[in-house]
Write a protein that binds this ligand. Structure first.
Ligand SMILES: Nc1ncnc2c1ncn2[C@@H]1O[C@H](COP(=O)(O)OP(=O)(O)OP(=O)(O)O)[C@@H](O)[C@H]1O
Ligand SMILES: Nc1ncnc2c1ncn2[C@@H]1O[C@H](COP(=O)(O)OP(=O)(O)OP(=O)(O)O)[C@@H](O)[C@H]1O
Ligand SMILES: [Mg+2]
Ligand SMILES: [Mg+2]
Lengths: 256, 256
């Protein structure tokens, strides 16, 4: 059965989508079949694969409102080995669609079981919030990756996520564990990054990946080229760091 | 009557909170009385003024659930001339509290009228979403400021906000106008920033502020020092750019 990994952070702009897209490509490069599901109504996963609104036929939210057949909305990225399910850019309050019925937290978990048989990894890109959409992702996932930008606000936002994960694990998903916390946009030339990354490693001990993702312009150009960094600049520090991350992930199992 | 300005972007991490906090201090420096209301459950406004959970007595959401007396939850920043109302870090689905009754979109507008008489400017820091909380802010505001980080994903997220603003203006708030779009974290040494800022100025024409906010480490240190940049490094490019913004804002009136 494939692993389901949610990429979560309440803090905005910390590298959730960049991590989802580049890790997806890296795991596929290492011979694993990957599906990336976009739960964020901004729809930046499609943008990262160079797909505009005319390339999209059906999305996660429209599938969930019509009998939840997610297989019907799987889109090709143009590269064999990884596919994606777009989010619906038009819908505003996505949370509403997942509010249906008593099992609202478990809706996503039920529909993903079928897909787990077809992919080695299912990655879920979450919106910058801890509302209903993210809760569904945490209930449905086997593990979570938490990108942490090396800046102060990002550090402050961690407490609530740790609390929510504990609650979800207790009430809905006892097998949920941390794949790891990932330091992103790290610039070790500046003090701020150093101070924050030291604090994170001190507070979270072994839960932090050894691999760090440096601030690297190639990663910011992913939506411009419409492809993961390894496809347009394989030797860049950005592309290499996500390949390192995939290797580190495959060598360890999760922790909690 | 004081102006109410919402600082809005669906895209995370573009500088909404940094803009709210530093613009608040700059407007006050130019002799205007300012109130900053935090609608984002991350609660980073309090962090920016060096206030932790033990300094907070009551917040926006607790006031809204108890007869909506916002004056009772106004907190001092420690500096005369500007105050703030913290958000509630504990609540997850803040949207729910504003869902009450048929006039749900107008709830905030009604309670702010009283405060408008006491402040020249009321700034509202919004969460990275276009859900119910942000809708309330748009309905209640006289104008909006949209920070745009000079990167590709931020550019892609703009369309939905423009559409939502048109709808809110038509249905609920005919006087709503754009104070302006603000280019943030601009690094003119790199091509990406240049390309995106040119595209933004070309697409949005006169709606973009002349003032740009450069990427400047002093702005990222605001939550570390617990005060706006002008209070710990007045000559920094970051602090000066927000003072320029305040001056530009005071010289122009809004546009739409
Ligand atoms: N390591 C990096 N180096 C340079 N730029 C980066 C890096 N990681 C991400 N970026 C850029 O920083 C911005 C924020 O990243 P991204 O959009 O992936 O974050 P996010 O957490 O998904 O944001 P949101 O909360 O809006 O969903 C983007 O413009 C992205 O291109
Ligand atoms: N001009 C700047 N130069 C350098 N760093 C900046 C600048 N503006 C903001 N930052 C830093 O970038 C990060 C994102 O900024 P901020 O948190 O203000 O954005 P936001 O839009 O409020 O995020 P969210 O969507 O999570 O509410 C923060 O760590 C902040 O300190
Ligand atoms: Mg994202
Ligand atoms: Mg913010």
């Amino acid at each position: 059965m494939g692993e389901i990994i949610a990429i979560v952070s309440q803090k905005g702009g910390v590298g959730k989508t960049t991590t989802a897209v580049n890790l997806c490509a890296s795991l596929s490069y290492l011979k694993h079949k990957v599906l990336l599901i976009d739960l964020d109504p901004q729809g930046h996963v499609a943008t990262s694969f160079g797909k505009g609104k005319y390339d999209i036929n059906g999305d996660f939210y429209s599938a969930m409102s019509n009998g939840a057949n997610l297989s019907a909305v799987i889109h090709s990225t143009g590269v064999k080995g990884y596919d994606f399910i777009p989010s619906n850019v038009e819908s505003d309050e996505d949370d509403k669609k997942l509010y249906i019925a008593p099992l609202r937290e478990k809706r996503l978990k039920h529909v993903l079981t079928k897909l787990q048989a077809e992919y080695d990894y299912i990655l879920i890109d979450c919106p910058p919030a801890l509302g209903n959409v993210t809760c569904n992702a945490l209930v449905a996932s086997t593990s979570i990756i938490v990108p942490i930008q090396c800046e102060f606000y990002a550090l402050k936002s961690l407490g609530k996520l740790l609390k929510l994960t504990r609650t979800i694990k207790k009430l809905y998903n006892p097998d949920l564990e941390y794949k790891g916390f990932l330091l992103t946009m790290v610039d070790l030339r500046n003090n701020l990054s150093k101070r924050v990354s030291n604090k994170v490693r001190y507070t979270l001990k072994g839960l932090v990946f050894d691999t760090i993702i440096p601030r690297n312009i190639r990663l910011a150009e992913v939506p411009y080229y419409g492809k993961p960094a390894m496809l347009f600049d394989k030797r860049s520090k950005g592309a290499e760091s996500y390949l390192d991350l995939a290797r580190e992930m495959l060598n360890h199992h999760g922790t909690i």
